[in-house]
Ligand binder design. Structure first.
Ligand code: ZN
Length: 340
């Protein structure tokens, strides 16, 4: 069986293969372009969409692109990318080597996503799965219920002459929110970083259900503003006197949400990640004889074992754990506000 290690990224020592390394590598396979999955690599392998967003966020690299479903042989192994439903171009990666099929999910969402390709479950022998919300506490309500709450909040704010400010990270959640709002006929204005990524989506062929504007101070009344969560305490938002802030995050269901998002008017559980039930379904339907969980609670692997699956949690390599220790609190806060 192929060995799997986590040391500042996923590493398969038998193949000398790095995936989503968070430090510079000679060559790295990238599942998607959220900043906790990319670094300044010399060469990358990714979908064309991820490669384009990588270039926007990191800069130039030697790029090998593979479209979904295209199998390519690299000598010791073959790679095939499949949609992960997390953001445009996000991928699960099938690695075939030594007669084994190993799938690394990257960040994944099985529910349909209005601004990303629909995820599939890829049959495999070994499943390495992100498990951010691998706790039964995180069972999201049907997305349509959350959409209706979002629309109701925007309607109420606009009729009260307030500006609805939707807080959503720049890649993925923003475009999901944008499409949902445009479908409903709102005028939408975007913070520059959300706008930039949305323009790349359009360049890559995504057709949004209407036009949208780049934020300007003079033209915010009567619109819904989408901005990154990190902006909420900055003058751009604080200077909007009559506003109603809405945070979109799976952590809305966390017991500590009221403290994490203090000052936000409404926190809605719209996530780009699978919830607990989806993660269990993914593990079961993959048919994997070995499931390795990562990036979530260690007890999720124990839950899977109770369901009869052979599962274990991938602990960080001691070197990586020690290196991360210093910035741990900050990193956790950033992950919870930006990458959910
Ligand atoms: Zn992500």
């Amino acid at each position: 069986m192929l060995r799997v290690e986590y040391r500042e990224g996923l590493y398969l020592p038998d193949l000398d293969l790095w995936l989503d390394a968070d430090g510079s590598r000679d060559r790295c396979v990238i599942s998607h372009a959220h900043s906790d999955h990319i670094a300044d690599h010399r060469a990358i392998v990714a979908t064309p969409e991820t490669a384009r967003i990588f270039r926007h966020r990191v800069g130039e690299a030697e790029v090998t692109t593979q479209v979904y479903g295209e199998r390519r042989d690299y000598g010791r192994y073959a790679l095939t990318f499949f949609p992960a439903g997390h953001c445009l171009g996000s991928s699960q990666i099938l690695i075939e080597a030594q007669g084994e099929r190993l799938v690394y999910t990257g960040d994944i969402k099985l529910r349909p996503n209005v601004a990303a390709e629909d995820a599939v479950v890829v049959p495999c022998d070994t499943l390495v799965m992100e498990s951010t919300f691998g706790d039964p506490l995180y069972r999201f309500p049907p997305d349509v219920v959350t959409f209706d709450r979002l629309y109701a909040a925007c309607d109420r704010a606009l009729s009260d002459d307030r500006v609805p400010v939707v807080l959503a990270y720049a890649l993925g959640k923003s475009q999901e929110a944008l499409e949902l709002l445009l479908r409903r006929g709102y005028r939408v204005t975007l913070h520059g970083s959300n706008w930039n990524v949305s323009e790349i989506y359009r360049e890559l062929g995504v057709k949004f259900s209407g036009e949208y504007e780049r934020y300007s101070r003079e033209h915010v009344r009567g619109r819904v503003l989408i901005a990154p969560p990190g902006c909420r305490k900055q003058p751009m938002i604080q200077n909007i006197e009559r506003r109603f802030t809405i945070m979109l995050t799976g952590w809305a269901l966390s017991r500590s949400a009221p403290y994490m998002y203090k000052g936000v008017d409404l926190v809605l559980p719209l996530s780009d990640h699978a919830d607990y039930d989806e993660l269990v379904r993914l593990a079961k339907e993959s048919g994997a004889s070995c499931v390795i969980t990562m990036h979530g609670p260690a007890k999720f692997a124990a839950h899977l074992r109770e369901l009869g699956l052979n599962a274990e949690h991938l602990a960080q390599h001691p070197h990586a754990a020690a290196k991360k220790q210093t910035g741990k609190r900050a990193a956790t806060a950033v992950e919870q506000t930006l990458f959910d």
